[in-house]
Design a protein around this ligand. Structure first.
Ligand SMILES: C/C=C/C(=O)SCCNC(=O)CCNC(=O)[C@H](O)C(C)(C)COP(=O)(O)OP(=O)(O)OC[C@H]1O[C@@H](n2cnc3c(N)ncnc32)[C@H](O)[C@@H]1OP(=O)(O)O
Ligand SMILES: NC(=O)C1=CN([C@@H]2O[C@H](COP(=O)(O)OP(=O)(O)OC[C@H]3O[C@@H](n4cnc5c(N)ncnc54)[C@H](OP(=O)(O)O)[C@@H]3O)[C@@H](O)[C@H]2O)C=CC1
Length: 450
């Protein structure tokens, strides 16, 4: 592994194809015999530091259409939080179901699961039939793993019946020194970014792009008002940038003055601090409070000069969904990709049908959408929202911090990269955007930042 790293750091990645591939590598794993460890605990009390392991695992060989990548950096996504607390389901069921589909897929069905759905790194080996990628190329990987044996996936690969999220529903993920991906997950690494910055955006930026911009999502257009929950979180920090970059007006909802300030630093002017304003959409576990929806909607109108949101960018789920449906404008769209606070939503359907609103379900992104989202990063139109970076050994601490909501934007992980700041090959483009690239950085040491 050291030789591989030295070749990358020496800027001689062309040598990588000749260097031997290590028989094993370090990865962040879950163990199938521990899925019951949190039984009886509330979700919030399930501590990822108990379930996540950093250990040596055997290196998989790239099969046809697959690529083995030397991972320089990765990032924490909320799906790793779900995996680590075995909610809503242990991920081993996904691996087992996938394993039954083909001998190639059977390699994924193991008693350990290497997690992680983002990476930046360098191509090490290509399996048979891989075209367009060579050992030594600097890449990022999006997390759509798709088989495409069925016609349903051929207009939009997210509709393939064998569509999976790499490093969540498949094995050999990116929180590791090596990772196995399909060649059609690869995209060029943005040259002006360091390894950890380049690894930060993929999953959330692609998801926000499909959710907000794509024809498969809300089809945001110039002048739209977009209500964005969690506007400094992983998804929200990219949704805010996409809205501003696309000529829309984001109304950013956050829960602290520091987060409100981050929204302003991104260029948003309309910000609601939901904690300061004390919205309580639920009177008790079973009853929502329509007066609170109205108070929230009135605040949105106050900020926008009377306009209701054309689009509500939803992901908190149960806690906010009733309010989201209520505040969307007539004919507006509520577009949802998650249910962090609970997946059983209730809303007053009269406000949906009488006011001709639409609810759209959306999930990650197809290759085309992920490519378009990555291109915006590569052109310096959307920037990573990295606030802190940890070494691979501290991944579990970082996952725990994201689980408890102590982070902002994205948390990066150094995998093979020995320190931050490496891998920039276009310093001129970087210089044009340095303040924007760094605007989520807390400036605190890692231990304090998390
Ligand atoms: C990129 C990042 C993304 C994120 O972060 S997203 C957030 C994290 N992800 C999640 O929280 C999602 C986790 N996944 C799940 O919770 C589950 O994954 C699903 C609820 C999505 C699906 O449940 P399941 O049990 O895995 O699969 P089934 O599709 O419900 O299939 C179970 C059995 O039910 C049958 N079935 C499905 N639909 C129907 C139907 N309409 N009528 C009759 N049967 C049906 C199937 O065939 C199968 O059957 P048989 O057990 O015999 O194989
Ligand atoms: N389907 C898909 O393809 C994808 C789904 N997801 C899912 O989306 C969800 C969010 O992911 P991500 O943005 O990365 O996570 P983060 O934790 O980084 O950000 C989420 C933000 O949402 C806000 N939030 C959380 N709970 C509530 C609540 N009850 N009411 C209002 N706001 C709330 C918080 O912001 P604040 O406190 O400042 O308001 C928080 O910072 C996760 O469940 C994740 O699994 C993520 C990516 C892709």
């Amino acid at each position: 592994m050291q030789e591989i790293l030295e070749a990358i750091l020496a800027g001689a990645p062309g040598d990588l194809g000749r260097l031997p591939v290590p028989e094993s590598y370090r990865g962040v794993t879950l163990h199938s015999d521990e899925v019951a460890m949190f039984d009886g605990l509330a979700g919030r009390d399930k501590d990822p530091r108990r379930s996540l392991h950093l250990e040596e695992v055997p290196t998989p060989q790239p099969a046809a259409g697959e690529v083995l990548v030397a991972v320089m950096a990765s990032g924490i996504n909320y799906n790793t939080v779900w995996s680590s607390i075995f909610e809503p389901l242990p991920t081993f069921g996904f691996l087992s179901r996938y394993g039954k589909t083909s001998p190639q897929a059977a390699r994924h069905d193991l008693p350990y699961h290497v997690l992680g759905s983002d990476l930046s790194g360098v191509v090490l080996r290509c399996g048979d039939g891989v075209a367009g990628w060579q050992p030594g190329e600097a890449v990022v990987a999006h997390c759509l793993s798709v088989e495409l044996h069925h016609p349903d996936g051929h207009a939009d690969t997210m509709l393939d019946p064998e569509q999976r999220i790499w490093g969540f529903e498949t094995n050999f993920g990116g929180l590791a020194e090596l990772a196995l991906v399909k060649a059609n997950q690869l995209m060029p690494k943005p040259e002006h970014l360091s390894w950890e910055e380049a690894a930060a955006s993929g999953l959330v930026n692609s998801t926000a792009y499909r959710q907000l911009v794509s024809d498969n999502g809300a089809r945001m257009k110039q002048g739209d008002t977009v209500l964005i929950w969690g506007a400094t979180g992983g998804l929200g920090s990219y949704a805010t940038q996409l809205a501003l970059n696309g000529g829309a007006t984001p109304v950013c909802v956050v829960s602290s003055p520091q987060k409100a300030e981050l929204c302003r630093r991104m260029g948003a002017t309309l910000v609601i601090d939901r904690a300061a304003e004390g919205y309580r959409f639920w009177k008790d576990e079973h009853t929502q409070d329509q007066r609170e929806w109205k108070r929230f909607g009135a605040r949105v109108r106050e900020l926008t000069g009377g306009e209701d949101p054309d689009i509500v960018f939803e992901h908190p789920g149960r806690e906010t969904f009733g309010a989201s449906v209520y505040v969307a404008r007539r004919g507006g769209t509520i577009v949802s990709c998650a249910s962090t606070s609970g997946y059983e939503h209730t809303f007053d359907n009269r406000y949906l049908w009488m006011h001709l609103k639409r609810i759209i379900g959306t999930h990650f992104a197809n290759y085309r959408e992920a490519w378009a989202a990555n291109r915006l990063v590569a052109k310096g139109q959307v920037h990573p929202t990295l606030s802190a970076v940890v070494p691979l050994e501290r991944t579990a601490d970082a996952v725990e911090a994201v689980h408890q909501g102590r982070h902002q934007g994205k948390v990066g992980v150094l995998c093979l990269a020995p320190r931050e700041g490496l891998g920039v090959t276009d310093p001129e483009l970087r210089a044009d955007h340095e303040p924007a690239i760094n605007r989520f950085r807390t400036g605190k040491p890692v231990s304090a930042a998390l």
